[in-house]
Write a protein that binds this ligand. Structure first.
Ligand SMILES: CC(C)(COP(=O)(O)OP(=O)(O)OC[C@H]1O[C@@H](n2cnc3c(N)ncnc32)[C@H](O)[C@@H]1OP(=O)(O)O)[C@@H](O)C(=O)NCCC(=O)NCCS
Length: 183
């Protein structure tokens, strides 16, 4: 069972009861605009939760898809994750998605910081990366705020929702992160 505490949030493993709170944001067209998935049907959201739960007992565990819960209200306000995509080279990536009612309060930055810390300290990663649509300015800003560097603009990187989409690639290395947290 994974539980990551931050100042205002708890990142924890999903359970089946989380379905409704996830569907609240996963069915919102504004939230999923730059995602490869969504807006979800109820079945798609239930399948997402099932997939997330199915990773919980993997050994070694490589996929940590976690719920974002607001400590003050106990409300599930989003989902996030870190995935060890290449164990031999100690590479992984992060992602996050928040209910629109909770945007603009620094929560995604808090989530990304915690995932990066978890990736370096607990998963022993060397490089953590993330991609986002170049039009997703808020997400790019979050990645910059956690100290990731822009490594490139990937042309027609993903075919999603009927068209080819570019991605920005951001990453941070373990020693860069150590320098940042030692400051
Ligand atoms: C992207 C997302 C996670 C950001 O969450 P959030 O909690 O609002 O993010 P934060 O408050 O931590 O930080 C957002 C930053 O982006 C900035 N920002 C927001 N909208 C912006 C815009 N249109 N242009 C430029 N900057 C913008 C904010 O000002 C803030 O930066 P600052 O602290 O320097 O002022 C949220 O909008 C979301 O869930 N979007 C839908 C899902 C998604 O796109 N996920 C990422 C996929 S790559």
């Amino acid at each position: 069972m994974v539980i990551i505490q931050t100042k205002r949030l708890v990142l924890r493993d999903f359970n089946e009861d989380d379905w409704e709170a996830v569907h609240e944001y996963a069915s919102d067209p504004e939230v999923v605009r730059y995602m490869e998935w969504g807006p979800n049907t109820e079945e798609e959201t239930r399948n997402f939760i099932k997939r997330a739960i199915s990773h919980q007992n993997e050994k070694p565990r490589r996929n940590f898809t976690l719920a974002i819960v607001l400590k003050s209200e106990g409300k599930l306000i989003g989902g996030c994750g870190i995935v060890v995509s290449d164990p031999e080279n100690r590479q992984g990536y992060i992602g996050y998605c928040l209910n629109r009612n909770f945007w603009g309060k620094g929560y995604a930055t808090e989530v990304a910081e915690a995932l990066v810390k978890f990736g370096f300290e607990r998963l022993n990663l060397h490089r953590i990366f993330a991609t986002c649509d170049p039009k997703n300015l808020a997400s790019a800003r979050v990645l910059e705020k956690v100290g990731m560097k822009l490594e490139g603009h990937l042309r027609e990187h993903k075919f999603a929702k009927g068209k080819w989409r570019d991605s920005l690639l951001y990453a941070i290395l373990d020693y860069e992160w150590k320098k940042l947290v030692e400051k």
